[in-house]
Design a protein around this ligand. Structure first.
Ligand SMILES: [Zn+2]
Ligand SMILES: [Zn+2]
Ligand SMILES: [Zn+2]
Ligand SMILES: [Zn+2]
Length: 454
């Protein structure tokens, strides 16, 4: 299409009889002429020069860019089904291969999510826009985060117009342990419309202030989704960085555009992670990598940190729906259902929370139990590459969990990526039962208990 247009243009030019400038020394010009054009104006020559360059000498970043569709191999029948399944299985397996040794982790987490709501979020380099994609993933992230960290609390802060603003109606409580409350802040898209410039310093200061009162046993984390390449700050942002290090606030950044030095510095100095998004899928991966609780920093180092701190927790009494109405201490709403603080008998709406009256941490026992699996993860199952002849007679023919028939022999000629079993058979190192790939995933991501070990 472009070439066609040029030819038209050249013809028109030569007809007009304009004066031509010929520069025979220029090799690019030769190319232009060899293409069969008769026109010789300088204007055209310059145009050709650009075009020739783009064809033969790609930019450095173009050369190193591997296209995802080049890596996909068709199988003998020319179908992509197999390749796609492989890629999916590989992705699932990668997440499972996280270290399974016992690490001291913070299970009482406090996270403030900083969302970039500046104009740069309207960029369409991610579909439909960065902004819409961010909202979608943020919602998924929050649901998953609460699922894995039932004792955690999240606050959401937006950055736009050079200031930081708390989102949603959590005015009197900056962070909430209720997923519905947090998701509500991201519900009304119109109220989040991006505008102006973001301010990293304002937002981090606000997030830090939100978590300033927290006791030492809970984590203080900030997760920034940043699409802009600039920040408008009222003061020196390095002072904020120093304050974050002092207060042990962990800052992680997921950048949508490119790396900014100050962002990386924040992550490196506070022990967080930094990542630049490559595509939509990678964006989600980067976010979801931040869901498991972080290993506790400084464990083993120093004198005070290696000893475990005991902390006081209260298990509340749940009030039946038929109980007389009373005001809750958190919202001052007259209602009958709720929970009673075991120490001061104040009435609370939701658990987990900190009692507003006596400050006791209130949790329900299922919440506590659900946080437990992070401390004792199920060991990764070993993928079985092949079964010896005697094993073939003794090995179970079905998955131990779902009774799906398992293969005893691999299909000859089938090539599989590293880490995947050609038999689709994964064995628990503890109880030596075999599981299918689906159950392997389900056990490690949802159940967190091996059905064979009990
Ligand atoms: Zn309340
Ligand atoms: Zn209380
Ligand atoms: Zn199964
Ligand atoms: Zn087992």
């Amino acid at each position: 299409m472009v070439g066609r247009k040029d030819d038209d243009y050249m013809d028109a030019d030569s007809d007009s009889g304009a004066s031509f400038v010929i520069d025979d020394d220029d090799p690019d010009y030769e190319k232009g002429r060899s293409k069969g054009s008769t026109a010789k104006s300088k204007k055209i020559k310059r145009k050709d020069k650009g075009k020739g360059k783009a064809k033969e000498q790609p930019y450095a970043w173009e050369a190193s860019y591997t296209r995802s569709w080049d890596a996909v191999q068709e199988d003998e029948t020319g179908s992509l089904q197999h390749a796609v399944e492989d890629l999916m299985a590989q992705g699932r397996r990668r997440r499972l291969l996280a270290p399974t040794t016992a690490i001291r982790r913070t299970i009482i987490r406090h996270l403030v999510l900083l969302l970039d709501l500046s104009e740069s979020m309207m960029d369409r380099d991610m579909r439909p826009t960065r902004f819409d994609l961010m909202l979608e993933y943020a919602r998924e992230f929050i649901s998953e985060w609460f699922d894995q960290n039932p004792l955690g609390q999240i606050g959401v802060v937006g950055m736009r117009g050079g200031i930081a603003e708390r989102l949603g109606e959590m005015a009197e409580r900056d962070v909430s342990g209720n997923p519905q409350d947090v998701l509500k802040c991201l519900e009304r898209r119109t109220s989040l419309e991006p505008s102006g410039e973001p301010s990293l310093q304002n937002a981090i200061d606000m997030a830090k202030a939100t978590m300033a009162h927290l006791p030492t046993h809970s984590s203080r984390e900030i997760l920034i989704i940043y699409g802009s390449l600039t920040t408008v700050d009222p003061g020196n942002i390095h002072d904020t960085l120093d304050a974050c290090i002092k207060d042990k606030v962990r800052v992680s950044v997921v950048a949508l555009a490119a790396e900014m030095k100050i962002c990386r510095e924040f992550c490196e100095k506070t022990g967080g992670t930094f990542g630049v998004v490559l595509n939509e899928g990678h964006f989600k991966d980067l976010l979801f990598e931040l869901i498991p609780p972080p290993a506790q920093r400084g464990a083993g180092k120093g004198s005070g940190s290696s000893a475990a701190d005991l902390m006081m927790m209260g298990f509340p009494t749940r009030l039946p729906d038929s109980s007389p109405k009373a005001l809750c201490v958190c919202h001052s709403i007259l209602k009958s259902e709720g929970f009673l603080c075991p120490r001061c008998f104040a009435k609370l709406c939701d658990v987990p929370t900190d009692c507003d009256i006596c400050g006791l941490m209130i949790v329900s026992s299922p919440h506590l139990a659900r946080s437990y699996h992070h401390l004792f993860p199920v060991k990764a199952y070993v993928s079985i590459m092949e079964l010896s002849t005697e094993e073939q007679s003794t090995a179970s023919k079905t998955c131990h969990a779902c009774s799906t028939p398992l293969k005893l022999q691999s299909v000859p000629g089938a090539t599989l990526a590293a880490g995947l079993s050609p038999l689709d058979r994964y064995r628990c190192p503890e109880c030596h039962n075999d599981f299918c790939a689906e159950c392997d995933l389900f056990v490690h991501e949802v159940v967190h208990v091996c059905p064979g070990c009990g």
